[in-house]
Design a protein. Sequence first.
Length: 95
Amino acid sequence: MPGSTEIRQGLETRLNELGEFIRTQREVASMSVRRLAEVAGVSNPYLSQIERGLRRPSAEILQQLAHALKISVETLYVRAGLLGGLGGAPLRFLG
């Protein structure tokens, strides 16, 4: 069973990865931090903190960011650990 240090490190890693993913999607969409923040309805500093892995956005904020970036909400939920299989692993759909 993981200890509190391991859990904290896992959360920090996931937040950093989520932030990097959001930054990459923003860059692919050719949007500035300011523009994405405006379209998503969040503050510029808050979005910057999310991208740097310093803040844990709520499901509602992730939904607003996904809409603004024109990507699926589920993609951000999986990246944030809100959706997943056992141990927080991403769900895999077979078909």
